[in-house]
Design a protein around this ligand. Structure first.
Ligand code: URA
Length: 245
């Protein structure tokens, strides 16, 4: 049996997408600013079938409708912004359109990068997907480009691969991680866990200090070269599939 698409009252749909309170979007609708297939829809309680093509068929104030729920984004996070809804200072959400901060369900980062870490960060409003990606059971590899303060000793790759390294104040050793040096003070490390400040603490455990950290891969999904720092892009199905491969 083919499943019927979910339907939503137009005012609820727009309000959930962050266009304003129910009252505000009702005013927008009644004033004729919302078009479906080129025709104004002026009844706020009109039931709208929420199908993927709606974003190509509906406009609000002459702009295409914002992406529907089920949104997944990749952001090239700059250093200096925080992955949090609450903390002080610049937040990653300030890099997205302002209206997206009012969406219900809300967008959240899929895991976190430290304030001073840059690179590939995923965000979604799909809670099940978020949990699937961050679950330790998914065992998804994350690769980081690490710049160090001091020259590598030469035994780091062996130590990280052993699966025996204990971080301070932790009770379980880290899972094996792969490290590929590319210069005396730089390399790529791939980890499958997401412990607090993990990469920085791993290098501290071998007597070094991370001076710059940038994530460039999650699973087989690479940060695109043409996605500048601070920019984001909606992830296509085929890109999302790379996260799990
Ligand atoms: N490891 C860190 O130390 N910081 C991050 O942001 C991610 C991994």
């Amino acid at each position: 049996m083919i499943k019927a698409p979910a339907t939503l009252r137009l005012d609820r749909l727009l309000s959930n997408l962050g266009y304003g309170s129910r009252r505000e979007v009702q005013d927008l609708i009644e004033a004729g600013y919302v078009l479906l297939d080129g025709e104004a829809v002026i009844d706020s309680d009109e039931k709208i079938a929420v199908t993927p093509d709606l974003v190509t068929r509906m406009t609000v104030e002459d702009e295409p409708l914002d992406p529907l729920p089920g949104l997944v984004l990749m952001l090239n996070k700059p250093a200096g912004v925080t992955c949090s809804h609450k903390e002080q200072g610049p937040l990653v959400y300030s890099l997205l359109p302002e209206r997206w901060g009012e969406r219900n369900p809300a967008l959240s980062t899929i895991g976190r990068l430290d304030k001073e870490t840059s690179g590939l960060l995923l965000l979604t409003d799909d809670g099940a997907l978020l949990h699937r990606i961050i679950s330790p059971k998914s065992n998804i590899a994350k690769r980081y480009d690490v710049t160090l303060d001091r020259a590598l000793r030469g035994d780091e790759a062996k130590i990280f691969a052993a699966g025996t390294l204990m971080l301070e104040n932790e009770e379980k050793p880290l899972l094996p991680a792969a490290f590929e040096p590319v210069s005396p003070t730089r390399g790529f490390i791939t980890i499958t866990e997401g412990r607090y400040h993990q990469v920085r603490r791993m290098f501290a455990a071998v007597g070094n200090h991370v001076t710059a950290l940038r994530r460039d891969r999650i699973g087989a999904l690479a940060l695109p070269d043409d996605l500048a720092e601070g920019e984001y892009r909606i992830l296509r199905e085929e890109d999302l599939a790379k996260v799990f491969s």
